[in-house]
Ligand binder design. Structure first.
Ligand SMILES: NC(=O)c1ccc[n+]([C@@H]2O[C@H](COP(=O)([O-])OP(=O)(O)OC[C@H]3O[C@@H](n4cnc5c(N)ncnc54)[C@H](O)[C@@H]3O)[C@@H](O)[C@H]2O)c1
Length: 325
């Protein structure tokens, strides 16, 4: 059974604490947060877990097998590197680090020490993304044309990264899982209205096969939208993550050019719309179980440090116009 120390008990750290604590393969032994008010909450919600405001207390605790890092992005590299150097397996929240150089150093350190390094690409463990992966790999969608995502709401503003690194990161992690190629061209346009980081961004990716992805992310919209459309030559998908009963719809629609003499003619075919059954497991619980299995068996995580490194490389190529982040 892996003994876990959690650093960062903010919004996401509380979800991690709940999932590690309820997993029979783990013992959540210690929680650290620099803010004592967070620890008061931790002591109430996770009774019996020892708390501290000093991250070093957990990193130097020889009884812990793994550190789970849910602090702000700028702390991921220094705290993550210290945890690996202390011989701990590491779960690091997205983004793995704030530069690909730092991400590469974490990957190298984990590899050298034969430690598990997993980045929390939560959506990769979501039943809906697994289903989309199955549909792509079985050829059900045909050749992929494009992915279009809108991920907008009001806030939650991050202090050390912009919306591209915060929200578009999810799409890049999803694409890293779904698409077996890296983009050949990346561009982004963003705006920072009052902060130093982009609050709204539009990201475009072109892949060598001709596949395209377009991602619109914003912290400045009054309504929350989490919608992805994926168009293939045989079928089209609509994934609305805020939907409970029809999260994924598969449209049996195609558009085919008609060959023949003269001008281009298009055949539109509108077939059935089908919403597949999806298992209701919590993505974060699936991810936590996977991390614990990797510690137990020594297997490489599906979203290991290399996946985080690939995503940070794309984000670096996509620094939005007019933004310093
Ligand atoms: N995987 C996901 O879907 C998902 C969702 C939300 C957030 N996140 C990630 O989780 C991380 C945390 O985000 P959040 O929204 O929970 O932020 P948050 O600000 O709510 O929580 C961060 C916590 O870390 C603490 N902290 C900061 N520096 C520390 C240090 N040096 N030592 C100990 N504690 C420290 C803060 O006091 C705070 O309580 C970010 O990297 C974010 O991108 C991931």
């Amino acid at each position: 059974m892996a003994k876990i120390g959690l650093i960062g008990y903010g919004y996401w750290g509380r979800n991690l604490a709940r999932n590690f604590q309820s997993n029979p393969a783990a013992v959540l032994a210690r929680i650290c947060d620099a803010d004592p008010a967070c620890l008061v909450r931790a002591e109430a919600l996770q009774p019996g877990v020892r708390t501290t405001t000093r991250a070093e207390d957990l990193i130097e605790d020889a009884s812990l097998d793994a550190i789970v890092l849910a602090t702000p992005p700028a702390t991921h590299f220094p705290l993550g590197m210290a945890a690996l150097r202390a011989g701990k397996h590491l779960w690091v929240e997205k983004p793995i680090a704030c530069t690909s150089e730092e991400a590469g150093l974490l990957v190298e350190e984990a590899r050298r020490r034969k430690l598990v390094l997993m980045v929390d690409h939560t959506f990769v463990y979501a039943p809906v993304v697994r289903k989309i992966g199955e549909l792509i790999r079985s050829g059900n969608l045909g050749s992929l044309y494009y992915y279009d995502s809108v991920r907008t709401n009001l806030g939650r503003f991050q202090s050390d990264v912009g919306v591209l690194w915060d929200l578009a990161y999810h799409d890049l992690a999803i694409l890293d899982y779904l698409i077996d190629e890296q983009p050949s061209a990346v561009s982004a346009h963003g705006a920072a209205h009052w902060g130093t980081h982009d609050e709204v961004s539009y990201l475009s990716l072109t892949y060598p096969s001709g596949f395209h992805a377009h991602v619109h992310v914003s912290w400045l919209t009054p309504v929350k939208i989490r919608r992805v459309m994926l168009t293939g030559s045989k079928r089209m998908l609509l994934w609305d993550d805020l939907e409970n009963t029809r999260k994924l719809e598969i449209y049996d629609h195609t558009i085919e050019p008609e060959s023949g003499a003269g001008q281009l003619r298009i055949n539109y075919r509108s077939g059935e719309i089908h919403s597949p059954w999806l298992d209701v497991s919590e993505p974060l619980q699936n991810a936590v179980s996977h991390f614990l299995e990797c510690i137990e068996t020594g297997a490489q995580p599906l979203t290991g440090g290399e996946a985080g490194l690939r995503v940070t490389r794309i984000l670096e190529r996509a620094q939005p116009v007019g933004n310093s982040q």
